[in-house]
Design a protein. Sequence first.
Length: 131
Amino acid sequence: MAIPESFEQLAASRRAWINDVLRPWCQSAPVKELRKAEAEWFDLAGRADIAASLWTWAWERFPAITHPDLPGVHETHEVQVTLRSGGVLRGYPDARKSIRGTLVLVSTNDAGEFQTLEPVSLDDITAIERL
């Protein structure tokens, strides 16, 4: 690898590393590894906000709950979440409660009352579809 000769080349190489290595890694790493990275995020990503970068990039493996211009989990649409166990959950993501690799959905029960479902780990999810 050639050493950058100018600041512009250095900055471009850093952006390329973030886009080509760090972001794709976040999109596939297990929660345990993401939490290790979270502890060292300042050294890895600079001053980037952890929620807006690491955790948003991790959720990008499920495009139905992310938005390209907004950080975190996108709350606007009802989703269906398929779990590794074969179970299926439906509801609206709660971005405030969906932290550090856990997804919290808000749904309605048979009486039409809102209920908050138990948090689900990113590692336990195989698919998320927008309804």
